[in-house]
Design a protein around this ligand. Structure first.
Ligand SMILES: [Zn+2]
Length: 748
């Protein structure tokens, strides 16, 4: 076994930086695989009554509606939690058991060593003696000397879990035939268990009828929901065109890929269902959506994961009170273990199947001879590697190593003044009829002066001077009116004195813009922005602009839409790129300017403010997406913040600073935070058991938020105006087939 050799003997390797040879050793950290493969690599079958590879034989399972289902999530609640006493709301029993214990690697190895396994082969009978529980074989990884010491050996794949949970959930709440878990069998099962009389079959003398459950949408509401989805637009490269997967008349979705489900779960579900389902159903679903969105964030904090551990138990218990037992497939159950794994192993995006599925998709595309697929793949791979190596020695040619990034913003500039040094690359003709008057240019220039850090001292000095000379109500206007001229005089003085603070750039800034050019779009900070006139014609949305508050004197976040990109040209070809935007009124002092519902912020796009002051510097903008707000009605849009690709929220690590764990997460800013508590009812769960020989379950994970530059990104560009046809990447996933349900569920 190679990996064993790599650990025990290592290989002699040359260290170029030191010019020396050293012994390189390598170990297997963990495996990343989907659920069926989990059974193969771990030796624990993921089917049947003991399907959960974490709870093992202690999982609570039962036969419901013709399938094995996994309930009993009250076991994770604290010992004295009130829900433990409620029998009728749950499965008819009170819950007295503790949460399933966790097995250390050494205990598992011990167990396996005491069992005999039949050798592999077709002739061997497949029946397992009951002593073997779900063990099918001793995993060969245990030959690695360190394997049993690892705290996490196999990852539950969050990509597949999320996709399967989403399918189950959406199928049930939309009551999609063939997808819903709320079947006649499930209703009969409830009758058999004698619980939730309201969901029993409606019986006349000789007929029985399944009425729509309270947790499913009525046909008209379902149509509204599907219509809402069919208008959704996301930024270029963020997601595929989900709107095209909606079949409004057929009342279902077609061709949703894993990544679509990921986006749907976290972005669309919370917005779309709020007003269509009862509050008791909406709350846990929104909490679940938030759970996945926090769990899959690029930056994970320990305190957040502790909270997620509470949240998921609560969600599952609530679901047990809402949905019939048939809803609880193994994929629903394993969610309870995801936060624990994140606590041990860190952010999910290094431990899930997206990059692997992508690579497999690439490899499968190279197959030309279906009789011998391996041959094609190997040949293509050798070509790929050789071209890559050649590329390292080629200059003056476009190669994978010097190709400009998507949304190339022109890179770092040499100017010294911050406003001139912005990297932004405007493009495209402006909308018809757009022009910029001399007055507009002055407004824009005033914004530039006010946002140039290097001249703050001049602004302050001038303002003080004005305050001494004019009554207070005139100060602001006079300051604005007189500063540009005064500033130019000051800079001229510096020049005549030969002052070291003088520079050509400062002079050019003080001199003011000579002319302006208009554009329809701009690449800045690696993001593409488009003016509304052009953006509205596309099925992507790149015009949403957000400027986080917290600047001088204001904490208000600004939300708007880009109308035009303005390039102010100064002397000597110096330039400042600005965004002219329509700002939506978010004045906190005005009633009804924004709505916050379940932690979602809505703005009214018919009410604007700052119409006289519409400019910002291009690099201040972050991209956001507006979704229709079906609950608030016409003219209201829900604001969704976007994570920027290849940008990580890195807390400044100071070992003495305990606050480092608790820096507010970029994804859940002000508006989201307010409502977090209302989604939760309780926070009490049991703490996990201590493992023998393992001092603590928690390892420090502060250092896991690191910048990994150009690692492959998992938000695959499959937008309609995408240059490559990456669409195929998702086609190859095994979970795409119609019968994926039986693939993952446990009716073995
Ligand atoms: Zn489990």
């Amino acid at each position: 076994m190679n990996s064993k050799d790599l650990w025990t003997n290592g290989v002699r390797t040359y260290d170029k930086s030191l010019g020396k040879m050293f012994t390189l050793r390598a170990s297997v950290m963990w495996t990343v695989n989907d659920f069926p493969a989990y059974a193969m690599v771990s030796g624990w079958s993921t089917k049947g009554y003991m399907a959960c590879p974490v709870c093992k034989e202690d999982v609570t399972s039962g036969w419901h509606a013709g399938k094995v289902c996994y309930l009993g999530h009250r076991r994770w609640l604290s010992w004295d939690h009130e829900w433990r006493e409620k029998d009728k709301q749950f499965d008819g029993n009170t819950e007295r058991r503790l949460r399933p214990r966790e097995w250390s690697g050494d205990e598992i190895l011990d167990q396996l060593n005491r069992l005999d396994f039949a050798p592999f082969g077709k002739t061997v009978s497949r029946t397992r003696p009951s002593t073997h529980l779900n063990w099918t074989h001793k995993s060969m990884f245990f030959e690695l000397p360190y394997w049993s010491k690892l705290k996490l050996r196999h990852n539950l794949d969050v990509m597949h879990v999320e996709k399967n949970v989403f399918d189950t959930l959406i199928g049930t709440i939309l009551d999609i035939e063939g997808k819903t878990k709320d079947t006649i069998k499930a209703r009969l099962d409830l009758e058999r268990m004698g619980i939730r009389r309201g969901l029993w079959m409606n019986r006349d003398s000789d007929k029985a009828r399944r009425d729509l459950a309270f947790f499913s949408m009525k046909p008209n509401d379902k149509k509204d929901f599907l219509k809402f989805i069919s208008y959704v637009k996301f930024p270029d490269g963020y997601a595929s065109n989900i709107a095209r997967c909606v079949n409004v008349d057929g009342g279902k979705f077609t061709g949703l890929k894993s990544h679509d489900c990921h986006v749907f779960m976290q972005r669309l579900l919370p917005v779309g269902i709020r007003h269509l389902l009862p509050e008791d159903v909406v709350k846990p679903i929104m909490l679940l959506s938030r759970f996945f969105s926090q769990l899959t964030a690029k930056t994970l904090r320990k305190t957040d994961i502790h909270q997620l551990r509470h949240d998921i138990v609560q969600v599952l218990c609530k679901f047990e009170m809402i949905f019939p037992p048939a809803f609880f497939t193994s994929m629903i159950h394993v969610m309870v273990h995801l936060p624990e794994e994140a606590l041990l192993a860190g952010p999910v995006n290094y431990r899930w199947m997206y990059p692997i599925e992508r690579l497999l998709g690439e490899l499968k595309k190279t197959v030309r001879n279906r009789a011998k697929p391996e041959g094609s793949i190997i040949e293509a791979w050798v070509q790929y590697e050789s071209l890559n190596f050649c590329g390292m020695y080629l200059k003056d040619v476009d190669t994978a190593f010097n190709r400009p990034r998507r949304n190339n913003d022109g890179g770092v500039r040499n100017e010294k003044l911050s406003v001139f040094a912005q990297s932004a690359r405007p493009f495209g003709d402006p909308a018809r009829g757009e022009s910029l008057s001399r007055n507009d240019m002055e407004v824009a220039h005033w914004f530039v002066l006010n946002n140039c850090d290097e001249i703050m001292a001049y602004l302050d000095e001038h303002e003080e001077m004005i305050k001494r000379e004019h009554p207070s109500h005139l100060v602001a206007n006079k300051h604005r009116e007189l500063f540009p001229q005064w500033f130019l005089t000051e800079v001229n003085k510096l020049k005549s004195l030969n002052s070291p603070t003088y520079s050509e750039e400062l002079y050019n800034l003080a001199f003011g813009p000579i002319r302006a050019e208009l554009f329809s779009g701009c690449h800045v900070n690696g993001v593409k922005f488009l003016g509304t006139a052009r953006d509205d014609k596309l099925c992507t949305q790149n015009s949403g602009v957000h400027v986080p508050g917290g600047g001088e004197s204001t904490d208000i976040d600004f939300y708007g839409k880009l109308t035009t990109v303005v390039q102010l040209l100064y002397k000597d070809r110096y330039q400042v790129i600005m965004f002219k935007c329509r700002w939506f009124d978010t004045n906190p002092n005005r009633q009804g300017s924004v709505k916050i519902d379940h932690g979602l912020l809505s703005v009214n796009i018919n009410r604007t403010w700052y119409d006289d002051d519409p400019y910002i510097l291009a690099n201040m903008a972050t991209q956001i997406v507006y979704l229709d707000d079906p609950k608030a009605g016409n003219g209201w849009k829900v604001v969704q913040k976007m994570d920027q690709r290849n940008v990580y929220a890195i807390p400044e690590l100071d070992p003495t600073d305990n606050e480092v764990d608790n820096v507010a997460d970029q994804r859940f800013e002000s508006s989201m935070e307010n409502d977090a508590e209302t989604l939760r009812d309780t926070n009490v769960i049991q703490e996990p058991f201590q493992l023998q020989g393992v001092s603590s379950l928690e390892i420090p994970i502060q250092s896991i938020t690191i910048d990994l530059g150009n690692l492959p990104r998992y938000e695959v560009p499959v937008g309609p105006n995408d240059e490559s046809d990456d669409d195929e990447d998702w086609e190859t996933e095994s979970d795409d087939s119609e019968d994926n349900e039986s693939y993952y569920s446990s009716d073995d």
